[in-house]
Design a binder for this molecule. Sequence first.
Ligand code: PMV
Length: 356
Amino acid sequence: SSAPIYEATASAPVNIAVIKYWGKRDTKLILPTNSSLSVTLDQDHLRSTTTSRADPSFEADRLWLNGKEDQITAGSRLETCIKEMKRLRKETVEDVDASAPKLSTYKVHIASYNNFPTAAGLASSASGFAALVASLAHLYALPASPSTLSLIARQGSGSACRSLFGGFVAWQMGSDPSGSDSLAVEVAPQSHWPQMHALICVVNDAKKGTSSTSGMQRTVETSPLLQHRIAHVVPARMADISTAILARDFDAFARITMADSNQFHAVALDTEPPIFYMNDVSRAIIALVVEYNRISLAQGKGYKAAYTYDAGPNAVIYALEENVREVAQLILSYFPQTPGEFKDVLGIFSGAADVN
Ligand code: PMV
């Protein structure tokens, strides 16, 4: 009979933080200086899909990203993730069941595809490392929970740990120096608040200027505002936004989301030398959302939209289903699509996914 084929495919969506992760206390293990919270986006446009194969004839671990080979260098995050997944395979499957094939000793070939621009501030590393870990977990038939897998995805890219869950997800910073308690947990599944939608406004899909890794490091080293944020701001916001999500309180969710985006970008500006991720179009979208909410609040109707920006100029606007069409029309009417200035409102997507 022919040799068995060991291959598995998994996909993972992007997540967009409403309480931002910015700063590492351990750069090797990727342990954050504060907890964070995100919504996993559920749509087909922002996903990574990864296929892994283990074979005794392979001579090296290799990875292709969008069809182009990426070197897996010694000590890299990619190497760490693959190594950790093999260790889990050995410890939780092969050491327990002597008849299980020794896949941990085979080299793997991995092919990953993003269906959106890489490194454009659209969190491609989050979905990428989550899909990588999920596909290896499949391949290795691991009995591991999403939180356990999040410990490994975290070591690929911090924000990736949150893409192991759908819906509303917290990354608890933890306190153990080993990183064993720095993991993702579900705050609420997508089904808890299916009216939550996200609008991605692609202001610019070019590769970003300052990588999150080098930006964070500089911020940790130089920003006094970051120290205030870590000690006195984020803990209360984590609690308050979790309460808002559980109560489906969009007003509180919107206030906290926008305040935290603002503080993240203030912390970037407080870095030496300063980091600018937003541009004039980003700021004009903020002004528009603020004015739109002001009018709604004056009519006694509450918040209708909440903007948030990551390490790039693109806006993500959270809105409830009943308002999402109006918000999209508003953005498009104020920002006609000018090449190089404002690319597109990428679509109207339901806010959260249930990850397979
Ligand atoms: O996981 P990284 O290294 O790509 O960092 C992500 C940082 C932000 O996107 C700005 C915030 C976040 O929590 O996702």
